[in-house]
Design a protein around this ligand. Structure first.
Ligand code: BGC
Length: 897
C-alpha cells in the first residue's frame, strides 16, 4: 500500500488552499432572511435550472444504466477511443482544485470529471471560486429523521451545490454501517441498521443525480474503523457481510443507481478492497452495478490485480515523478496480456455510461451560485427533524415562561465548530448560527441569556485517551500574566534546536497532530489556535510549554502526561513525570495549596508514528470533584443564577482517528453534573456524531436532546426544538450504549467481526445486554398510540404488508415515526430477534389517527444462505412488531414463503 508522505503533502497543500476564512459566526451573507422560522411546511425543492435550449435535463437518475440510447452513445465513443485514452479515463489526475479529478478528452468531447466531497455538504477545494456551501447536519442527523423524502432533498441540495460550484461528481453518500460508535466516521453515514442506511443512502443518491452530477456510494467493503484503516484486515463471515455490510449497497443500488462506488482502504478477508474480486462478484454481478468503481485516496494497491478484480478508476492520480502512473502501468499490463483489452474497454465503458446517462455531456458545471436561503432552510429543517429527545423528565421541555432567564453553558456553544472532521468537513459555510445565538434570538430581548463555556474549547487533542487536560483557567504563560494557558514553542526537529517553527500561547497541552490537523479537515474550536505547518502534521516534532499553574483549592491532585514519545513534566524545577515509548498515561500526586502558583515546564520530542500521525501529548490532571477549575466554577455560578440551564456539549470525531472512549471530553461530564447540582432545570444538548455514554449524569438532568452534528443552522434548529416550534420526532438510528464495553473496539491488524450479523441493536437483543436507550427511541412533546395491526403476506408470497393505526393521543401536533420489525425467521440459522423491516413518518394533529401501510420487502424476511449464494426466504410464521422503537410490543404473526 503506497501512502507516501509526498502525496499526503500534496493533499495537505490542497487543503491549505481550501482554508480561506468564511463569514463571521452568526453573520449570514447579505440578502438572506435569517429570521425565517421553520414552520413545519415542506419548503420547495430547488430545481436544476432549465437548459438554455429550453429542453429539460435528463431526470433519468434511475434508468441511465439500462438505456439502449445511452449504450449506443457510449459505444460510438468507445469505437473512436485509443487504448491510451481508455487508460486515461481509468486514471485520476492529481489536481488540488478538486477532491478527485479526471482529465477531459476534448477530441471526443468527453468532459473532465470534477469531483467534490462529500456526504455532509459540498467541500470546495478550488481556491479560485466562491467556496461557501451549505454545511449540512451530519448523516446521523439525517438518519434520525427516518424520512426518505427529506433524504432525497438533502441529496438534491448536494447535487445542485456541487453542480454550481464546478463539480459533476459528488463523493457522497456514505453507506457504511456504524458497527461501533467508536468509529471516527460514523457521523457520515446513517447508523447501524442496513435497511435504514440503504434506503436513506439510495434517496440521497437519487437526489444528487437529479442534477447532472454522479453520486458515489462509499465505501465498500466493511469499512468501519479508522484505526489502522490502510491495512486492517476485516474478517467477517459471508452471511454477515451480505446481511449487514453489503445490503445497504444493494438497497441503494436498486433505489438510486449511483454512477460510481468508491472502494475502501481496508482489507477484506486478507485482500485489499480495491483489488478484491468482490468488486466484480458482489458489486457488479450480484448487485448489478453498471457504473464504475473508483479507489479511495491512494487505496489502489496494485495494477493488474486491481484491474482484473474490477477496479475501474484509480484515484487521485500520479504516484509521483519518475514512476509510471496507473494508466501507463495499465497499458503495459494490457500489452503484456496481463489485463485483457476487453477489461480496459469495460473500465472506460463503465465510466462513460453514467457520464452520458446522467447528462454530464449535456450540461457542464458552473459557478453560478445557488439558492442560499432555501438551502439554509433545508439545513435547519433536517437538523431540527433529526434531533432526538432522549429524555424529558417532568416535562422540562419545551421551554415556556421560565425561559426568561437562561444559562447557556458548554465549551463551543457560542460557535458552530461541532461537526465531523476529515474529508467530509464543510468549513466554509454560507452562514452559521451558534447554539447561543439561536437561543438568544428565540428567547427574545426580554429574556436574560448568560453564557459561560465551563471548559476549554474542543480540539483534536481530545481524542487522546486518559484524563482531561489541565484547564487554561489554571494556567498563565508567565507569573503575573493575565493570559490563560502556557507559552508553547514547536520545532520540526527532535532536539528543540534553532528557531521554533511556531511560538504561541496554547490554552492546554493537548496535541494530536496528523491527518486530523490538516487545514480544512480540522474542526477544532475556534478558541484553540490552529497549528498550521509541517510540524503540526507529521515528521519529527519537539516542543516545550512553560508557565505557571495557580491552585484553585487545597488538596491532592494528580498531574500527568499522556504521550507517545519522550515527554517530561517539571513542577517548580523538579522532574515529576517522565514518559517514553508508546501512547500511554503516567502521573504523580501533587499537594496543592489554594492560591499558590507552581512553575510548570513540559518538554516533548517524538518522530512521526507514520505518514498520518504526528506528535501526541497531553498534560492532564485528576482532582476531587470539589476542586473545580475557575472557568468551570464560573459556569456553575452562572447556572445557579438562572431559571434554566442549557448545557451544549460536544466531542471530537473525525476521519483518520477513532474515538478513544464514548464519554465527553474536557470534563464536560463533570460540568453537567455540577451544573445540575445547582440548577434542577438542566437540559443537555449533545452535539456528537455518534452515540455517547450519558450514564454519568443522565439521572441528574431533566432533558437530553441528542443533536448529532447539526450543521451551520444548528442554533436555530436547537431553539426550534427547545421551544417546541418543532415538535421533536428524531429517532435513534443507532443504539445508545450504557457502557463502552457494550460496543466493539477498533483493533489494529485484524478486526474479527465475531458478532456476525448481531451488529448494533441485534447484538443487544442477542446477548440480553441493556442499552441506555434502545435503537429507534425518540420522544415527542405529544404521545402516539399504535393499534389495529393487521399483517398479510404480500401477493407474490415474498414479503408482507403491515397495516396499523397511529393516533396522536397528546395535545400537540407532532410527527410519529412508526417502525416495523420482523422477529426471528423460521430458518435453520438463527436470525436476529428483531430486524427493522420498514418505517414511515406520520404528521398528526391532536386526536387524529391515520392508518399506515408499510411494506416488508423480501430481504427483510430472508437470510443469506452461503451455500446457495443467495437470499433465501423460509416458509413459516414470522412475528411482525410495530411501535416507536425496537422494544415495540404490538405484534401479529404472518405466514411467509
Ligand atoms: C476519504 C474519502 C474521500 C477522499 C477524497 C479519503 O480520505 O476516505 O471518503 O472521498 O478522501 O477526499
Amino acid at each position: 500500500m503506497q501512502n507516501s508522505r509526498q502525496l499526503i503533502a500534496v493533499m495537505a497543500g490542497a487543503l491549505v488552499l481550501a482554508a480561506v476564512p468564511g463569514p463571521a459566526l452568526g453573520e449570514p451573507p447579505g440578502g438572506d432572511d435569517v429570521r425565517d422560522r421553520f414552520t413545519g411546511q415542506r419548503s420547495p425543492v430547488p430545481r436544476v435550472p432549465a437548459r438554455p435550449d429550453g429542453q429539460a435535463y435528463r431526470a433519468s437518475g434511475t434508468d441511465w444504466d439500462r438505456s439502449a440510447a445511452v449504450e449506443r452513445r457510449v459505444n460510438t465513443l468507445l469505437d473512436q477511443m485509443t487504448d491510451a485514452e481508455k487508460a486515461d479515463l481509468a486514471t485520476g489526475e492529481l489536481n488540488n482544485n478538486f477532491g478527485f479529478y479526471n482529465n477531459p478528452i476534448p477530441r471526443l468531447g468527453i468532459p473532465a470529471q470534477t469531483m467534490a466531497d462529500g456526504p455532509v455538504g459540498v467541500r470546495v477545494a478550488d481556491p479560485g471560486v466562491d467556496k461557501r456551501t451549505t454545511q449540512l447536519p451530519a448523516g446521523s442527523a439525517l438518519a434520525a429523521t427516518y424520512d426518505d423524502r427529506l433524504a432525497q432533498r438533502y441529496g438534491r441540495l448536494i447535487g445542485v451545490e456541487a453542480l454550481h460550484t464546478g463539480h459533476n461528481v459528488s463523493l457522497a453518500p456514505s453507506a457504511d454501517i456504524a458497527r461501533t460508535p467508536l468509529w471516527g466516521r460514523a457521523f457520515e453515514g446513517f447508523g447501524e441498521d442496513p435497511l435504514l442506511v440503504g434506503r436513506l443512502a439510495g434517496e440521497v443518491v437519487r437526489g444528487i443525480q437529479a442534477s447532472p452530477v454522479l453520486a458515489t456510494a462509499k465505501h465498500p467493503f466493511a469499512y468501519n474503523q479508522e484505526t489502522d484503516r490502510f491495512n486492517v484486515d476485516v474478517q467477517v463471515a459471508e452471511r454477515a457481510l451480505q446481511e449487514v455490510y453489503l445490503r445497504p449497497f444493494g438497497i441503494l443500488q436498486r433505489l438510486g443507481r449511483p454512477g460510481s462506488m468508491m472502494c475502501s482502504f481496508n482489507r477484506l478477508g486478507g485482500t485489499y478492497a480495491c483489488e478484491n474480486a468482490a468488486l466484480t462478484t458482489l458489486l457488479k454481478d450480484q448487485l448489478r452495478f453498471r457504473g464504475f468503481v473508483m479507489s479511495d485516496y491512494n487505496a489502489t494497491p496494485s495494477t493488474v490485480q486491481a484491474a482484473n478484480a474490477g477496479l475501474d478508476q484509480e484515484q487521485p492520480g500520479d504516484q509521483g515523478p519518475g514512476s509510471a502512473n496507473f494508466g501507463q502501468r495499465l497499458l503495459d499490463a494490457v500489452a503484456a496480456g496481463q489485463v485483457s483489452r476487453a477489461r480496459l474497454t469495460d473500465m472506460a465503458r463503465r465510466i462513460l455510461r453514467p457520464m452520458v446517462g446522467l447528462g454530464l455531456f449535456d450540461r457542464h458545471p458552473d459557478n453560478a451560485g445557488f439558492a442560499t436561503a432555501r438551502h439554509r432552510a433545508l439545513a435547519r429543517r433536517v437538523a431540527a427533524r433529526g434531533m432526538v429527545l432522549l429524555q424529558n423528565r417532568r416535562d422540562a421541555l419545551p421551554l415556556t415562561g421560565r425561559a426568561r432567564s437562561i444559562a447557556v453553558l458548554g465549551p463551543d456553544a457560542d460557535n458552530t465548530s461541532a461537526q465531523g472532521g476529515g474529508s467530509s468537513a464543510v468549513t466554509v459555510p454560507t452562514a452559521s448560527v451558534s447554539p447561543l445565538a439561536g437561543i438568544r434570538d428565540r428567547a427574545g430581548s426580554r429574556a436574560r441569556v448568560r453564557y459561560q463555556p465551563g471548559t476549554d474549547g474542543i480540539n483534536e487533542g481530545d481524542m487522546l485517551p486518559g484524563p482531561a487536560p489541565l484547564p487554561a483557567s489554571m494556567l498563565a504563560p508567565a507569573a503575573g500574566s493575565t493570559a490563560e494557558g502556557l507559552q508553547a514553542r514547536y520545532w520540526s526537529n527532535l532536539d528543540r534546536s534553532g528557531t521554533p517553527a511556531r511560538s504561541v500561547v496554547d490554552p492546554n497541552v493537548n496535541v494530536n497532530f496528523g491527518f486530523q490537523t490538516f487545514p480544512g479537515f480540522n474542526v477544532a474550536s475556534p478558541k484553540i489556535p490552529t497549528p498550521v505547518g509541517q510540524f503540526a502534521l507529521f515528521g519529527d516534532l519537539s516542543a516545550e510549554w512553560t508557565g505557571v499553574m495557580t491552585a484553585p483549592g487545597t488538596g491532592t491532585i494528580g498531574l500527568g502526561l499522556t504521550a507517545r514519545g519522550d515527554a517530561r513534566l517539571y513542577v517548580d524545577g523538579a522532574l515529576v513525570v517522565e514518559h517514553t515509548g508508546a501512547l500511554s498515561s503516567t502521573s504523580a500526586p501533587l499537594d496543592l495549596v489554594a492560591g499558590r502558583t507552581y512553575d510548570i515546564r513540559v518538554e516533548y520530542a517524538a518522530p512521526a508514528k507514520n505518514s498520518y500521525q504526528g506528535g501526541q501529548i497531553r498534560l492532564f490532571w485528576t482532582h476531587p470533584d470539589s476542586m473545580l477549575a475557575p472557568k468551570m466554577a464560573q459556569a456553575v455560578r452562572t447556572a445557579d443564577r438562572a431559571r434554566v440551564a442549557v448545557v451544549v456539549v460536544r466531542d471530537y470525531e473525525t476521519e483518520g482517528y477513532d474515538r478513544p472512549h464514548l464519554r465527553l471530553p474536557k470534563e464536560q461530564d463533570l460540568l453537567i453534573r455540577t451544573v445540575a447540582a445547582v440548577n434542577p432545570r438542566t437540559v443537555v444538548v449533545v452535539e456528537t456524531g455518534a452515540a455517547t455514554v450519558v450514564r454519568p449524569w443522565r439521572r441528574q438532568v431533566e432533558g437530553i436532546v441528542q443533536a448529532w452534528y447539526p450543521g451551520q443552522e444548528q442554533g436555530r434548529a436547537i431553539a426550534d426544538v427547545l421551544w417546541g416550534d418543532v415538535n421533536p420526532s428524531g429517532h435513534l438510528p443507532a443504539t445508545v450504549p450504557r457502557r463502552e464495553s457494550q460496543v466493539p473496539g477498533t483493533p489494529e491488524g485484524v478486526a474479527s467481526y465475531t458478532e456476525g450479523v448481531n451488529v448494533g441493536y441485534r447484538g443487544y437483543l442477542a446477548t440480553g445486554e441493556r442499552p441506555e436507550f434502545p435503537f429507534g427511541h425518540g420522544l415527542s412533546y405529544t404521545r402516539f398510540r399504535y393499534d389495529d395491526l393487521r399483517v398479510r403476506a404480500a401477493a407474490n408470497g415474498r414479503g408482507a404488508v403491515a397495516r396499523f393505526r397511529v393516533t396522536n393521543v397528546g395535545d400537540r401536533t407532532g410527527t410519529a415515526v412508526p417502525q416495523v420489525y420482523v422477529g426471528r425467521l423460521p430458518t435453520p440459522v438463527t436470525t436476529p430477534r428483531r430486524q427493522l423491516a420498514g418505517y414511515d413518518t406520520v404528521r398528526l394533529a391532536p386526536g387524529r389517527s391515520r392508518t399506515v401501510k408499510v411494506r416488508i420487502g423480501r430481504e427483510s424476511v430472508s437470510s443469506w444462505d452461503a451455500a446457495a449464494d443467495a437470499w433465501v426466504t423460509p416458509r413459516g410464521r414470522v412475528r411482525v412488531f410495530v411501535g416507536k422503537d425496537v422494544t415495540a410490543t404490538l405484534s401479529r404473526p404472518v405466514r411467509i414463503g
